[in-house]
Design a protein around this ligand. Structure first.
Ligand SMILES: Cc1cc2nc3c(=O)[nH]c(=O)nc-3n(C[C@H](O)[C@H](O)[C@H](O)COP(=O)(O)OP(=O)(O)OC[C@H]3O[C@@H](n4cnc5c(N)ncnc54)[C@H](O)[C@@H]3O)c2cc1C
Length: 440
């Protein structure tokens, strides 16, 4: 009983002369106080510097991106970045779906003008004419992984019966485990799925129903506006992994950013952070910051802000930073700068775990929670005085390990039962004296 419904959008196109076909990020013509996904700020890349050694498998980078003066942010805020697809990827996609590369979109309008169309899945805000290359480079997520509905809708455009059957099977509820293995675990892109079903040929209007718009990625801002006005600095790990079937994958946004050159444009806006993930109101309140790997990013902003406060005559309370990397010589970032903050006394203690270097010394990998255990007297003193603890980072098990370490420290140094220590910690969380910002 399934029938193909009309597409959401009506698309009008024409063909351009070849020299008009190249897409690029348009320069901002008007400035606005409110930048967001529909109206991003077009920032300029001021710096793209690899921080990890060239011969080290992880590619972690320091970026500096210009902002306009209306975009002042607080430590703890994030920068939203809208990535682009590579031109090669777009060309391969257009070829696969038989859309000539010199197509120009003259309008995209809702078929039902009374329907509401806003939010992250909408493309109604785009302005035309726009080349089809630009549309797919900047707006349509062709490297994203298709969901169940994609297979159902795609089945209408299969001319080979066995492909239609397989597509319908993948959209059925009994096939969802297999779909996860086929698609999610392999991080298959829309284009790769289309290559697996060669008889399928969806028209442009339905491609816009099949493939959602590119979504922004958030990055914790790693600098302070007060020390570095009109820009945001980021600490970004390029996502790279090998799938079960040994395909090499790179994250869309972090892969795209890593190849940008100075003066290139990128679409950004400020995303206000969690209201609890903020420096305490009084600069004298002691703080503990725990951020291994790129989890260091927001704390570099905290420390820079406190450096500025100190240089402007404020008294600072006690502060410590627990961070970690693998090897002193391969992936230790901002070491000189953080040591300088200790010398200048805007940071009281700087602890860094070199997880792999210290195997020989400790007979195990050393992580932030081990450093915390070794300085537990100090940590308990901060907790007892009503200090704040912040946690940030990307590991899956790290947050729980850190929480367990804190509860153990409360027990041991505060002479409390495990139950009382858990109550103490829960009260810290409730009152906002423990807050975390973690991501996958
Ligand atoms: C508040 C916040 C702050 C953040 N701050 C930072 C920061 O300071 N620095 C930083 O580097 N990142 C940060 N991130 C993470 C960042 O937003 C991106 O998610 C990350 O960089 C990857 O983006 P990408 O576009 O490169 O990857 P994508 O193309 O979006 O790919 C990510 C997806 O790949 C899949 N995937 C990942 N690993 C595997 C695997 N092994 N096997 C199969 N599939 C896999 C998952 O589905 C995952 O959702 C932050 C996130 C949030 C929410």
């Amino acid at each position: 009983g399934n029938e193909l419904l009309p597409s959401k959008y009506i698309v009008q196109t024409c063909r351009s002369k070849p020299n008009q076909a190249a897409g690029s990020v348009k320069k901002q013509t008007e400035t606005s106080k409110e930048y967001n996904q529909q109206n991003p700020y077009i920032g300029t890349l001021l710096c793209n510097k690899r921080l990890t050694a060239e011969d080290w498998q992880q590619d972690v980078r320091h970026y500096e991106i210009s902002l306009d003066s209306s975009m002042e942010f607080q430590p703890g805020d994030s920068l939203a970045v809208l990535p682009c697809n590579s031109t090669d990827e777009v060309m391969a996609f257009l070829k696969r779906v038989n859309i000539p590369v010199d197509t120009v979109i003259t309008s995209i309008a809702l078929r039902d003008p009374s329907a509401t169309d806003s939010g992250p899945r909408s493309i109604s805000h785009l302005t035309f004419p726009m080349t089809v290359v630009e549309l797919f480079e900047k707006h349509i997520d062709i490297t994203g992984t298709p969901r169940r509905y994609f297979f159902e809708l795609l089945s209408f455009f299969a001319s080979a019966e066995h492909e239609q059957e397989r597509l319908l099977y993948f959209s059925s509820s009994e096939a969802q485990d297999e779909l996860r293995v086929y698609c999610d675990r392999e991080k298959k892109s829309v284009r790769e799925v289309l290559e697996d079903f060669p008889s399928v040929l969806p028209p442009l209007e339905y491609i816009l129903d099949l493939v959602p718009p590119i979504q922004p990625r958030l990055f914790s801002i790693a600098s302070s506006w007060k020390l570095h006005p009109n820009q945001a600095q980021l600490l970004v790990a390029k996502l790279q992994f090998t799938t079960t079937l040994k395909r090499k994958r790179v994250g869309l946004c972090t892969g795209w950013m890593s190849q940008l050159q100075e003066k290139d444009s990128l679409r950004v806006w400020i995303k206000e952070g969690n209201s609890r993930f903020r420096l305490p109101e009084k600069a004298t309140t002691p703080i503990i910051m725990i951020g291994p790997g790129t989890g260091l990013a927001p704390f570099r902003s905290f420390i820079q802000e406190r450096t500025w406060m100190m240089r402007n005559g404020e008294n600072l309370g006690w502060s410590s930073l627990y961070t970690g990397c693998r090897h002193r010589l391969k992936d230790w970032y901002y070491g000189d700068e953080l040591n300088a903050a200790v010398t200048e006394r805007s940071l009281t203690k700087y602890y860094i775990a070199f997880s792999r270097d210290e195997i020989e010394i400790n007979n195990r990998k050393t992580y932030v929670q081990h450093l915390m255990q070794e300085s537990s007297v100090e940590i308990w003193e901060v907790l007892r005085q009503g200090g704040f603890v912040f946690l940030s980072g990307s590991a899956q098990v790290m947050p729980q390990n850190v929480k367990d370490a804190i509860i153990e420290i409360i027990q041991r140094e505060g002479n409390q039962s495990q139950e009382d220590a858990e109550v103490f910690f829960a009260a810290m969380e409730r009152s906002g004296r423990f807050s975390s910002e973690t991501w996958q």
